[in-house]
Design a protein around this ligand. Structure first.
Ligand SMILES: [Zn+2]
Ligand SMILES: [Zn+2]
Length: 312
């Protein structure tokens, strides 16, 4: 007689198109993976592969778990588009597509069943490796309010933007009006209000890219010379790619999706990049240590950005 594992219940959203069978079998895969039994996970994969929505969800669960374990970003071997790699290309393709705001189920539906099975199998193997102390610790740290690197970058972006708005209220009002006009001119609906929130997102995403390239962690983020994003901001294609690939923390998922979709297909997106550049430059110019040989860091701005209660 075949043995059984706990079946993990899968919650469905209002627009979820997962079949009842796919939903059950995904629960079987996750239960088997949690119990460390690859045999049972393997035998439920055919049913999962038959349902694009179930495959999309499995890859999304794996993607989120990985981001949680890697300080808010995804490990390079999970997102590399190169044809070789230890993880299947089908899996990496789905991970990248989901990060770039594609619908998981719709993207999986465009793949052949065999390709979906390969993607689902890789996802199950990755999850199986994550089970253990490292996974439990990372999950507990995030659940108890620990900040990931992407959250830290977004928090800095928020502070930098708020400071600039207060200090340059007239320029900020003009930028906001310019944004609304650009949205209207392009016939964009519902994006008029994105303004500063969009800028915070773009700034957070480019800071995150810079932090990862510099090997910065949440503990050392203050040492980051943020002015190095200025050359990056002058290259629109890099900004678009950075924003699309940025792994959004759950709290900002909705803003993130709006900005990512704009980045994909709207010329108005460039306005956000320009806005971000103005904010960054204003910070560098305001720094009292500003001058030759000084590379301005987030720490240089920290005293200004954090309201001080002891200021006379
Ligand atoms: Zn088993
Ligand atoms: Zn400085």
């Amino acid at each position: 007689m075949h043995h059984r594992h706990e079946q993990i219940p899968i919650a469905l959203g209002p627009s979820d198109r997962m079949s009842v069978h796919g939903q059950q079998q995904l629960g079987v895969v996750l239960g088997a993976v949690g119990a460390g039994c690859t045999g049972c996970a393997e035998s439920a994969l055919d049913a999962v592969a038959a349902d694009p929505a179930a495959v999309g969800r499995l890859v999304e669960i794996t993607r989120r778990t990985a981001a949680l374990l890697h300080d808010g970003g995804l490990p390079d071997h999970m997102t590399s588009r190169a044809t070789v790699g230890e993880l299947s290309g089908e899996f990496r393709f789905l991970v990248c597509a989901i990060t770039e705001a594609a619908d998981p189920a719709a993207t999986a539906a465009q793949m052949a069943v065999a390709q979906r099975r390969t993607a689902a199998r890789t996802a199950a193997l990755v999850l199986a490796e994550y089970n253990g102390d490292a996974y439990a610790n990372a999950r507990d740290s995030v659940l108890s309010g620990g900040q990931t690197l992407s959250e830290a970058c977004l928090a800095h972006a928020e502070q930098m933007t708020t400071w600039w708005q207060r200090k340059n209220s007239r320029q900020a009002a003009a930028a906001r009006a310019g944004w609304q006009q650009a949205c209207e001119a392009e016939g964009l609906q519902g994006h008029e209000l994105l303004g500063e929130r969009g800028t915070v997102f773009v700034l957070g995403a480019v800071l995150h890219r810079l932090a990862r390239e510099a090997g910065t962690t949440t503990d050392t983020i203050h040492t980051l010379p943020y002015t190095r994003i200025l050359p990056l901001l002058r290259d629109p294609r890099t900004v678009v790619r950075t924003v699309r690939e940025f792994v959004t923390p759950p709290a900002l998922e909705i803003t993130g999706m709006s900005v990512k979709r704009l980045a994909c297909d709207s010329p108005t997106f460039a306005v956000l990049g320009l806005w971000t550049e103005i904010i960054c430059r204003a910070h560098a110019e305001d720094c009292t240590r500003h001058g030759p040989g000084h590379e301005c860091t987030l720490a240089d701005r920290a005293a200004l950005l954090t309201p001080r209660t002891d200021a006379a």
